[in-house]
Design a protein around this ligand. Structure first.
Ligand SMILES: NC(=O)c1ccc[n+]([C@@H]2O[C@H](COP(=O)([O-])OP(=O)(O)OC[C@H]3O[C@@H](n4cnc5c(N)ncnc54)[C@H](O)[C@@H]3O)[C@@H](O)[C@H]2O)c1
Ligand SMILES: [Zn+2]
Ligand SMILES: [Zn+2]
Length: 381
């Protein structure tokens, strides 16, 4: 079947709308009609090469590059049809996507950590999880898909492990944003940092993921939430969804936190800037109290292996630096849970959708993100 999709054909190439060909689903695969796709910063990391499967992994899958690639890993839609042996969804079901597939069987899934599923090793490398062949084609080339998804496409064929069934009346626009950015930020605060009532939380970077972290901290009972972002518009929006204070940089945040805590400093610092760099760790730790939890949520360039850190203080202050993928919660738990909070009016999402785009204008959406115009753009199909 011929469909329109936004693809990237090489490093730093723009997202362009193209006619592509998709095959019918094979065993364990599902064809989804997309309704909304969110525009997360991670797709930009793909275009700029920050996230790239290592060459050895690409070789295993018989490809030498991530490109051409269908973009998009936030989204929600309706199941159009299912291949043989699919057990978890059926035609007509509403689904959100999960950028880490969950098999339910591996050591990590079986121990309740589906966000660490071993199928995650295939997410950046290309062909279908089920049998290592390809369902998406651009002319005579096979198409890679961002994290085994490729939500910037009218229809997509994915493994059922990459889908989360949601309620028949679930709001699909909210589900699209919750499917990555909001869940990741929310989980960074609630599930990874384990914020408790009365704590002081700093969120560095008030974009889509940061907006989830701010709201997670609010619902967990933080008494002060400091949003840090160089863009005034982001700080103002952050204050509407739960930030109690806002500043433009980490140094100002450090002085503010000292004032708010009589010098005890922040219990939790969550790092959600567009790109994480090694020089952000020392200032984050300096903002933290004794026993502080520092959560590294944002993605750094693939080869980033040096950070600045005072090791003496790290041990003597008993601090923890924590990584997180998807906010360290199983997508099949987190996405339905946050949709219920949205339905109950406790999680603000509508406020975060700043602009809607089409498949033809995906690059415009990313230009608007870069220009600071968007908290989240969504592709509406
Ligand atoms: N760990 C995961 O599983 C996971 C999941 C989703 C996204 N991410 C990553 O999280 C990061 C945030 O994603 P997003 O979609 O919210 O991006 P975004 O572009 O929407 O937001 C990033 C924000 O950071 C701000 N910023 C930039 N430099 C800053 C600095 N030095 N100090 C403070 N703020 C700064 C920007 O103004 C922007 O508002 C990205 O790196 C993304 O790839 C990680
Ligand atoms: Zn994302
Ligand atoms: Zn698994």
């Amino acid at each position: 079947m011929k469909v329109r999709a936004a693809i990237c054909t090489g490093l730093y190439q723009p997202w362009t709308a193209e006619d592509i060909e998709i095959d019918e689903p094979h065993a364990h695969e599902v064809k989804v009609k997309m309704v909304y796709a969110g525009m997360c910063h991670s797709d930009e990391h793909l275009r700029t090469g920050d996230i790239s499967a290592p060459r050895e992994t690409l070789e295993i899958f018989g490809v030498d590059s991530m490109f051409p690639c269908i973009g998009g890993h936030e989204g929600a839609g309706i199941v159009e049809s299912v291949g043989p042996e699919v057990q978890t969804v059926t035609a007509g079901d509403r689904v959100a996507v999960a950028f880490i597939p969950a098999c339910g069987q591996c050591y990590w899934c079986a121990s309740g950590r589906q966000y660490l599923c071993d199928l995650g090793m295939s997410t950046l490398a290309g062909p279908m999880i089920s049998d290592g062949t390809w369902r998406h084609h651009f002319g005579d080339q096979h198409l890679n898909r961002m994290t085994q998804l490729g939500t910037f496409s009218e229809y997509m064929v994915v493994n059922e492990a990459s889908l989360v069934k949601i309620a028949p009346d679930a709001n699909l626009k909210a589900a699209a944003l919750i499917s990555c950015g909001i869940s990741t930020g929310f989980g960074s605060a609630v599930d990874r940092a384990k914020v408790v009532p009365g704590e002081v939380v700093v969120v560095v970077g008030a974009g889509g993921v940061g907006s989830g972290a701010i709201q997670g901290a609010r619902l967990a009972g933080a008494r002060a939430i400091i949003a840090v972002d160089p863009l005034d518009s982001k700080v103002e929006r952050a204050k509407k969804i739960g930030a109690t204070h806002g500043v433009s940089n980490m140094l100002d945040a450090t002085f503010l936190v000292a004032e708010l805590t009589e010098g005890r400093m922040a219990d939790v610092v969550i790092l959600t800037p567009g790109v994480l760099t090694g020089d952000m760790i020392a200032p984050a730790c300096a903002m933290g109290s004794k026993d502080a939890r520092i959560v590294a949520t944002a993605i750094a360039p693939f080869a980033q292996d040096k950070i600045e850190l005072n090791l003496f203080n790290l041990s003597m202050f008993n601090q923890s630096i924590l990584g997180t993928v998807f906010g360290s919660v199983s997508p099949r738990v987190q996405i339905p849970r946050l949709l219920k909070l949205y339905d109950a009016g406790m999680l603000e999402i509508d406020e975060l959708v700043t602009n809607e785009y089409t498949i033809e204008t995906v690059q415009q959406g990313y230009d608007d993100l870069e220009a600071g115009i968007n908290i989240r753009g969504v592709v509406a199909f």
